[in-house]
Design a binder for this molecule. Structure first.
Ligand code: BDP
Length: 685
């Protein structure tokens, strides 16, 4: 096995329980012949054939063990995409009914039903209902038209613009199946650093072929729009959103898109950020820009997803404050079909960030979540880092915007402010590698993202267990240690990269490996020294009222806690505070000693994963086992490298010895600083 089948492996269940499952899933009743019902039925057949044996075709009530797929329920609790799975008696015969209001709900129900068998749960007396809490559950592909993938660590783009539309790689069908199995219903096909070409007629025809392939699986296609497209491909002199010619260009473009792709989802826009053009180039605002585009796609039912990841040319005292400063004043001014998409934290997908202060701060706007699935800052695809706990930590954070319990999850799923157009987006980690995500364990990050987009209040541990069972097997000697490994892996990465609230300490540009010494260059806020602010007096970024006062962007109780050394969680300590090297941590250690010990604890955890994985060889097929083992060794070496390089650097400021028992860095600071990585993947193209 090479991992291509993801969590949809459908391997035969053990002989001991096989007959019991087979009895309940002996046949499938005839279904309507819509495209989605066809794929739902095909998936059920495929899954059952693999798991328990090929099902017969039989009418409900004609025998026991028939599965009936029904897409015409009038079950308001299920909405457009939910499903209900029940064991019922039809004509005295035991029947499993997978019911929904619409076809796509049936498809989701089929995947759920199969997962029950895959994870060896009982299917004897089912009464399950489930409906997604978030409306748009999307992957954002940062894929370039030349098939390089920005921050991608899994090969080339799966979208082959050269061969499309004449040839659609069947792999896209498997991509659609995988997404549908976890409820993902939207895909942005191209990089947010967009090229206008993606909006020209040839590319629209290509995108339409992709859309046709994904449609039966309930997945809509979206495109990243380049703000200056009216100039680059429209022959206009300006892209000013208030210029009627510009608005007309976008209206015509939307009409052209919807002609080719009638259910086109809409535009994702990165404007006035990292050098991308935007309405501010014309003295206009995010509202002017987003609303103009919203009016172009609105009549077709499309949406505009406008990113809040902005930072301007003027360098502020604290980049963390920019998103809030630029967007909060516009709350209530965006059209109903605009969503502001906010990264989980205020800087940029770091191993740990406190939740972004915009969550809870814009109750009169649609606010979507953007997580990163690809591990730009978490060791790329060779480090085993399960992101479920990161996502869960953010979603469970309490914004206190409307009192206790105003969690980020409740902002994102619309509960808090009664919003209907809700979004959870993940920057995809998918590429042309056989295993899709660059590593076996990175598949879990795609999986957990989808599951949490369906239910932002779900448990990342329970999801890890489902994934492990479906991906590797159900033997408890395998499941327990793998889930344990996964659950601690993100904290370990935080420890060996950026413990105690440190952030943005990676190598320049490629973001590969440690680079705490990175300084100079075009912008201070693209350097490491800007964020750590290490000096003889101490380390950390003062974001309290004595510093940048970023804490004031949170609800008063939250901000006050972050700013208070007695209240702030030590995991965010240096995010909010600049502290002397001898500051006492809760453990009694000095800050310096505690930092060093955290780096080492991270390395030790990776050591532990190496040992655990070695013992699991009997339960994992050889090829996947060997691949994971190789990567864990790479991770071990790189964790050590992060630790050693970071300690070597910070020791030049702390000027203190290492705490007892701690080994000095293997090499000199000059050595670490001299390393270059022309082979590191994932930069633009
Ligand atoms: C950063 C990436 C950069 C992206 C940018 C974004 O380093 O490649 O273009 O975010 O989200 O994380 O737009």
């Amino acid at each position: 096995e090479d991992g291509y089948d993801l969590w949809l492996r459908y391997k035969p269940v053990e002989a001991s329980v096989r007959a019991a499952y087979a009895a309940r899933a002996a046949a499938i009743a005839p279904t309507r012949d819509t495209p989605t019902m066809k794929v739902a039925r095909a998936e059920l057949e495929r899954g059952l054939t693999g798991l328990v044996g090929k099902p017969a075709s039989a009418a409900a009530g004609s025998r026991d063990g028939v599965i009936l797929l029904k897409a015409d329920s009038a079950d308001t609790a299920l909405g457009d995409e939910g499903y209900r799975i029940r064991t019922l008696t039809v004509n005295g015969r035991t029947t499993t009914v997978i019911a929904a209001n619409r076809d796509v709900g049936v498809l989701y129900g089929v995947f759920r039903y199969l997962s029950l068998i895959q994870t060896r749960q009982s299917v004897d007396k089912l009464d399950i209902a489930s409906a997604p809490k978030v409306k748009l559950r999307m992957l954002n592909h940062w894929d370039n038209l030349n098939r390089t993938v920005e921050r991608g660590y899994a090969g080339q783009s799966i979208f082959d613009w050269w061969r499309l539309p004449g040839h659609v790689d069947p792999r896209l069908v498997d991509y659609a199946r995988a997404n549908a199995s976890i409820g993902i219903n939207g895909a942005v096909l191209n990089n947010v650093n967009a090229k206008a070409d993606s909006l020209t007629a040839p590319y629209i025809a290509k995108a339409a072929a992709v859309a046709d392939t994904l449609r039966p699986y309930g997945i809509k296609v979206y495109l990243s729009a380049r703000w200056s497209a009216p100039i680059e491909i429209g022959g206009l002199k300006s892209a000013d959103p208030l210029d009627p010619a510009v608005a007309a260009f976008w209206k015509a473009k939307a009409d052209e898109l919807y002609k080719a792709i009638p259910d086109f989802g809409g535009f994702l826009v990165k404007a006035n950020s990292e050098g991308q053009p935007g309405p501010q180039d014309y003295g206009r605002t995010h509202v002017d820009g987003a609303n103009m585009l919203a009016d172009a796609v609105g009549p077709h039912g499309g949406v505009v997803i406008w990113r809040a990841f902005v930072y301007s040319h003027q360098q502020p005292d604290d980049r963390a404050k920019q998103g809030y400063s630029e967007f909060k004043p516009f709350d209530g001014q965006f059209r109903d079909n605009v969503v502001i998409q906010v990264k989980n934290g205020a800087i940029d997908f770091q191993p740990r960030e406190p939740f972004h202060p915009l969550f809870g701060a814009m109750p009169k706007s649609n606010l979507g979540m953007e997580f990163q699935i690809t591990k730009e800052y978490l060791g790329f695809s060779t480090h085993l880092v399960y992101l479920g706990p990161l996502y869960e930590e953010t979603l469970k954070s309490d914004t206190m915007a409307e009192g206790k319990g105003s969690t980020v999850a409740k902002v994102v799923d619309g509960q808090l402010d009664g919003r209907k157009l809700t979004v959870m987006a993940g920057v995809a980690n998918i590429g042309s590698d056989r295993n899709w995500s660059g590593s076996q364990f990175d598949q879990a990050n795609w999986y957990v993202f989808g599951r949490l987009a369906w239910d932002p209040e779900a448990s990342s541990r329970a999801i890890a267990e489902d994934w492990t069972r479906m991906t590797f097997g159900n033997d408890p000697r395998l499941v327990k240690p793998v889930v344990a490994m996964m659950m601690g892996s993100r904290e370990a990465a935080v420890d060996y990269m950026t413990p105690l609230g440190l952030h943005h300490q990676m190598g320049r540009d490629g973001h590969y490996g440690p680079g705490p010494w990175v300084s100079g260059g075009p912008r201070a806020d693209w350097t490491s020294v800007y964020y750590a602010k290490a000096g003889p007096d101490g380390v950390g970024f003062d974001r309290t009222p004595t510093g940048s006062n970023a804490t004031a962007q949170y609800a008063p109780a939250v901000g006050a806690c972050f700013a208070d050394l007695k209240c702030v969680d030590e995991k965010n300590l240096l995010w909010f505070h600049h502290l002397p090297w001898d500051y006492r941590l809760k453990s009694g250690d000095t800050l310096w000693d505690g930092m060093v010990r955290r780096y080492s604890a991270g390395v030790a955890y990776v050591d532990g994963m190496n040992r655990t994985w070695a013992t699991l060889a009997p339960y994992v097929d050889a090829r996947r086992h060997a691949e994971v083992a190789d990567y864990l060794k790479i991770q071990r070496d790189e964790a050590q490298w992060w630790r050693d390089a970071s300690i070597a650097w910070f020791q030049t400021f702390s000027k203190r010895p290492l705490p007892p028992g701690e080994k000095p860095p293997a090499k000199s600071l000059e050595y670490y600083e001299s390393l270059v990585f022309p082979f590191a993947p994932g930069q633009g193209g």
